[in-house]
Write a protein that binds this ligand. Structure first.
Ligand code: F6R
Length: 602
């Protein structure tokens, strides 16, 4: 999804912006651009396509400056094109703006501005912003007044950054889309997310909705749209720049799959769960107030995509403990809100903490008076800040568009949460103790997996099916989602028992079926495997090898662990399988077509 970078300071702004754009590529985009303030105007270069195309265009130009903004665009209003790429400017090229989000009233504003003599050159909603600022400047307003008054005219969601001809200053504002300021030794940075400038500074300010930030070479201020100062703390990001780089792997996805032993250790270690309080290794940002769960008798999960599958897994873990739980896709929760009791805790499971559908659903739940908890990877994310409490999954930055390590860390965190809510005092220590053995078991899967061989064997299949029961069901769904996302091959996941109620019609000798034989459902899985094998389909069993399944063609073996955690290990095998199939098919694994890392539009 769209990315923003901004810089003002002693360094070459162009070089810094281009590094920032490279770092933002993982979010998914279709065009990119930069604007630098040059004293007598604004130098603007933007191109449809990759950041490399933009760089090629810039290399033939002599553009220098100490302040500027850059953007990677993922189209919402208007097709991908040079004209629709950001930054957008006013008629005289004195005001340049980049924007993430959607301006709902842009049509109305565009009509008014056109009547006032402004000419538009793009189809975007964003372009109204520089024209509005220019209009206010022409009325004699100061840049700060022009910027803040423009904000009050906008309806919708935004993260905005603006540069103006004649001053080395970046004006920025946030309302509904994330924006973070970086404080470096050699200047100030602005970005839609931290990895964009992580190699330059670890000191950051997470802006809140309604905040305006003004950055110059000599300092910064944070105010509200009325111009009143607001005080924001400077946080230190714990992610290392290396953590956001490929580290010798061909793809971020593979690197992140291999980071799972460390990620799981972090998700478990130091999270001291006691009867009174759930604390997170001293990270102040992660303490759960006992009040939050004091009267909770049921849980409503809200999530999208892979996080939805993790939430389904969590639902099963709670149900196993007699705790009522339900999982809704965030978009469906909003479309058709289910009845909720006062004692129902609403949990948003979201890696990024910025997924628009999930945020909207959480806001809906809050508006209905529910207590809310965010389970997220990003400290300072909107979900973490807006929910009553947050638990952090501590997976470290995930750059590959396809979520991998965050799924495992979400499930690990949910398992601890389930143990925490359990009536049985022995439950949580048992889960914790089993979890401490998991990183080594994941490592064993990574070392010994035969997923690459099986990827070779089945790479030309017309369709792939994944089946499982209990916690194996969300793993089946996740296995299929991962494969379709990155290989573009058709894949479906089903509850194993449902196969015979319809999907079995699709099963042929050409369609491999991956049977997740984890948990305590071996007998029933045997029935499913026979059903499939009888149709001539190859069956790959993912299990710990303790049971020999009649009809199985191949096996992806996982170390034995408690039945309820074994799905995490099975999923690692399926991640590797998807990765290798996509790699053999030469797909752009880290940036699958049409997909974005953080889906900040509904
Ligand atoms: C799939 C994937 C997406 C996300 C979904 C929710 O690999 O990454 O399905 O899981 O867009 O994102 P978050 O977890 O950031 O809310």
């Amino acid at each position: 999804m769209c990315g923003i970078i901004g810089y003002v300071g002693d360094q070459d702004a162009m070089e810094t912006l281009l590094i920032g754009l490279d770092n933002l590529e993982y979010r998914g985009y279709d065009s990119a651009g930069v604007a630098l303030q040059n004293g007598g105007g604004v130098d603007l270069v933007k191109r449809e396509g990759e950041v490399n195309t933009l760089k090629a265009a810039i290399s033939s130009l002599d553009i220098q400056g100490s302040s500027g903004i850059g953007h990677t665009r993922w189209s919402t209003h208007g097709e991908p094109s040079d004209a629709n790429a950001h930054p957008h400017t006013d008629c005289s090229n004195d005001v340049a703006v980049v924007h993430n989000g959607i301006i709902d009233n842009y049509n109305e504003l565009r009509v008014q501005l056109t009547e006032a003599g402004h000419t538009f050159t793009s189809d975007t909603d964003t372009e109204v912003i520089p024209h509005l600022v220019a209009e206010k400047l022409s009325e004699g307003k100061t840049p700060k007044e022009a910027f803040t008054q423009t904000l009050t005219a906008l309806e919708g969601s935004y993260a905005i950054a603006m540069v103006l001809s004649g001053e080395d200053t970046i004006y920025a504002a946030r309302s509904g889309s994330p924006l973070v300021v970086g404080i470096g030794d050699d200047g100030y940075y602005l970005a839609s997310d931290v990895p964009a400038f992580l190699e330059f500074t670890e000191d950051v300010i997470y802006l809140e909705d309604g905040d305006v930030a003004i950055l110059s070479e000599t300092g910064y201020e944070t105010i509200d749209v009325e111009g009143n100062p607001v005080s924001r703390t400077v946080d230190t990001v714990e992610w290392s720049p290396e953590g956001a780089e490929k580290g010798g792997f061909d793809h971020y996805m593979l690197k992140e799959i291999h980071e799972q032993p460390t990620a799981l250790e972090r998700a478990t270690r130091g999270r001291a769960l006691t009867d009174a309080r759930m604390t997170d290794g001293g990270t102040a940002a992660n303490e759960i107030d006992p009040e939050l769960i004091a009267d909770v008798d049921s849980v409503q999960f809200i999530a999208c995509g892979t996080s939805y599958h993790a939430a389904l897994y969590g639902e099963q873990l709670l149900a196993d403990r007699g705790i009522e739980a339900r999982t809704s896709l965030a978009s469906e929760f909003v479309a058709s809100p289910p009845p909720l009791r006062e004692e129902t805790l609403v949990i948003g499971v979201t890696q990024s903490g910025e997924t628009a559908d999930t945020l909207e659903a959480l806001r809906e739940a809050k508006a209905r008076g529910q207590k809310t908890l965010a389970i997220t990877n990003v400290i300072g994310s909107t979900a973490a800040r807006e929910c009553d409490e947050a638990m952090f999954i501590r997976a470290g930055p995930e750059i590959g568009v396809a979520a991998t390590k965050t799924f495992s860390s979400q499930v690990t965190t949910l398992a601890q949460f389930a143990g925490f809510l359990s009536d049985d005092p022995e439950d949580l220590p048992a889960i914790q103790s089993e979890l401490t053995t998991l990183p080594d078991k994941v490592q064993q899967v990574l070392n010994e997996s035969e997923a690459e061989e099986l990827a070779n064997k089945y790479r030309d299949a017309p369709s792939y099916f994944f089946v499982g029961r209990g916690t194996g069901h969300p793993v089946a769904l996740e296995g299929a989602l991962k494969l379709k996302e990155i290989s573009y091959e058709h894949a479906e996941g089903f509850p194993a028992g449902e196969l015979k109620h319809g999907p079995l019609a699709l099963v042929t000798p050409e369609t491999p079926v991956f049977a997740i034989a984890t948990g305590e459902n071996e007998d029933r899985m045997q029935g499913t495997i026979r059903e499939v094998a009888a149709r001539g389909a190859p069956v790959v069993v993912i299990g710990d090898g303790s049971v020999t399944f009649d009809g199985a063609t191949d096996q992806l073996t996982i170390p034995s662990t408690s039945p309820e955690l074994s799905g995490i290990l099975a999923n690692v095998q399926l991640q590797l399988l998807s990765y290798h199939i996509a790699s053999l098919l030469d797909r752009p694994i880290d940036k699958p077509r049409n997909l974005a890392k953080s889906v900040t539009v509904e």
